[in-house]
Design a protein around this ligand. Structure first.
Ligand code: ISL
Ligand code: CA
Length: 560
């Protein structure tokens, strides 16, 4: 049995950086990030050690969901620039040896897409079956499906009196993937971008594309988490294998599926190389381990370690994985898993980065996390932009189910907008992101947290990321090595090894604010220090089996 560590590939060795273009860099000072702004920052990313950029949707969109509602798949969003800008971005990236993957959002389109404008006109329109329409008796819905953005997943359309399905906003009608013409049109648009030179796709909620046949009601126990039903339709693997045969197999691509609603046990069905579907998927069990819907729960380090253990098990079956601590849909990593107070922000952000870049799986670094950017100090509902927030405010607060103070207290910790505030480049007004009024407020801590300061500070979060990425690329054991958690139940220390061809690295991370004397399990002996996050007071003697870990110390060692 050939293991995933023997199947080498460029996309397993790459480090990926996710750009949310709206918030990355505004080159024409209209308050919105754009493609030319990204071009201006390519050297910053090259110097960081980035190989691949995942660009969140850049396509023409009315921005009901900030680009995840596509109106024209072959056109660049006007706010972001032109197709010439896109081509220039690709050219500039290739000159730097970097690759671009783009965001394939094909579970749904915008309701302003030409296909939907046709489809909604009449029940016999040739495009009617591009979407999912249902008759329904007056004032009763086709079924009890909820939308993730509040309310029902069904919207009644005046022209024909029928309902259409939308798992997300009503301006995001779901495509009917059971229709072979829909699939053929999606494959065509994929070829359009691959032929322009992109190197693959991140696939938005791709497990949702196959709907449950007959669309029966959700059982009551599934209502809090409909994604587990939405993601397990009968034909998702047929469609992905067809997509692979029709498109992906003909190009040298990297594909990552956003596997919202998929369990670890199901992961190999998407990523096992022998099935010819996707290269890897995003699991959400880590970033959502402390969530009960809108409620923020407590988490423990053993909880985190248990998830990493299950993620790694999923990767060992010919598949591959991703490692990430946040994205444009989740709170900032250092606020979520570290300590974002001024005293501990930098050292804990470096500790978390050490954890992330030492895992087996392709690292996906979200814009700003290389600086240890933090959550925003949201106060009231008008501070937010996110369509999900507005829909859920209606569902939970205006309905009287939850008090506003209670909901806002949880929302400030969990909101997707925490990750969408503008990049903090320097200490100029608006953190150098724009000279206009930005579309979403800049975090007021930008004078203390910005790229300009950190690219010149050897102890910065940015430079620690540079060193981690360099170390990872120089040591295949950190890319392909098998993973072993040495002390799963320890409440404060994360101790794990990576082993490949007789070479072992030990990673020790102290998640506590107090120093701790730690005895290495299994009689392991430290040999040398490969990289410390700056907390270590003195390097341990070679052969040590005991060590004192300083608060938030994270160190990578070789093992004797
Ligand atoms: O968990 C979620 C739903 O409450 C969200 O994080 C998110 O809707 C889900 O993870 C799917 O995300 C993707 O599809 C959405 C879009 O809003 C997200 O930005 C995208 O990442 C619809 O396209
Ligand atoms: Ca702009």
């Amino acid at each position: 049995m050939v293991s995933s560590s023997e199947l080498k590939a460029w996309w397993k060795e790459a480090v990926v950086y996710q750009i949310y273009p709206r918030s990355f860099m505004d080159s024409n000072n209209d308050g919105i990030g754009d493609l030319v702004g990204i071009i201006q920052k390519l050297d910053y990313l090259k110097n960081l050690g980035i190989d691949v950029i995942w660009l969140s949707p850049h396509f023409d969109s009315p921005n009901a969901d900030n680009g995840y509602d596509i109106r024209d798949y072959r056109k660049v969003m006007a706010e972001f620039g032109t197709m010439a800008d896109f081509d220039q971005l690709l050219t500039q990236m290739k000159q730097r040896g970097m690759r671009l993957i783009i965001d394939l959002v094909v579970n749904h389109t915008s309701d302003e897409h030409q296909w939907f404008l046709e489809s909604r006109q009449s029940t016999d329109n040739p495009y009617r079956d591009y979407y999912i329409w249902r008759e329904s008796k007056p004032d009763t819905l086709p079924n009890n499906y909820p939308s993730f953005f509040g309310g029902s997943a069904w919207e009644k359309d005046a022209a024909t009196g029928q309902y259409y399905l939308h798992y997300f906003a009503k301006k995001q009608p779901d495509l009917n993937w059971d229709n072979p013409q829909v699939r053929a049109d999606v494959y065509d648009l994929m070829r359009f971008w691959l032929d322009k030179g992109v190197s693959g796709f991140r696939m938005d909620v791709i497990p949702f594309i196959s709907k449950q046949q007959g669309l029966p009601d959700l059982a009551p126990e599934h209502l809090p988490h409909p994604e587990f039903v939405y993601a397990n339709g009968p034909y998702v693997h047929d469609y992905l294998q067809e997509m692979n045969r029709e498109v992906l197999a003909h190009y040298d691509t990297m594909t990552v599926g956003e596997a919202f609603g998929i369990t670890f046990e199901q992961a190999p069905l998407f990523t096992d190389a022998r099935r010819h579907e996707l290269n890897m998927i995003f699991h959400f069990d880590l970033v959502r381990l402390d969530r009960d819907g809108w409620r923020k729960l407590a988490w423990t380090l053993p909880d985190v370690k248990a998830v990493y253990g299950r993620i790694d098990a999923a990767a060992s079956s010919h598949g591959w994985n991703t490692t990430f601590l946040t994205n444009h849909d989740n709170p900032r990593a250092v606020s979520h898993f570290g300590d974002d107070s001024p005293e501990w922000r930098s050292i804990s952000a470096k500790a978390l980065a050490t954890m992330m870049f030492s895992q087996r799986g392709t690292p996906f670094l979200y814009q700003g996390d290389e600086l240890g950017m933090t959550n925003y100090p949201f106060q009231n509902i008008t501070d937010y932009d996110d369509v999900e927030v507005k829909g859920q405010w209606q569902d939970f607060v205006l309905s009287g189910k939850v008090s506003a103070p209670d909901y806002l207290a949880h929302l400030a910790q969990t909101s997707r907008d925490n990750a969408r505030t503008p990049m903090q480049w320097n200490t100029q007004a608006q953190a150098g992101f724009t000279t206009a009024q930005p579309w979403l407020a800049v975090n007021p801590n930008y004078p203390e947290v910005n790229a300009e300061a950190q690219t010149h500070d050897t102890n910065s979060v940015y430079q620690h990321h540079q060193r981690l990425i360099t170390l990872r690329k120089a040591n295949p054991v950190l890319i392909y090595g098998t993973y072993q958690d040495l002390d799963p139940e320890h409440p404060q220390v994360y101790a794990f090894t990576r082993t490949l061809e007789g070479k072992t690295c030990l990673i020790l991370i102290n998640f506590g604010h107090q120093a701790i004397d730690y005895t290495l399990p299994n009689g392991i002996r430290i040999e040398t220090v490969l990289l410390d996050n700056g907390a270590q007071l003195e390097a341990p003697a070679s052969g040590s089996t005991q060590i004192t870990l300083q608060p938030w110390q994270a160190t990578i060692y070789t093992v004797a």
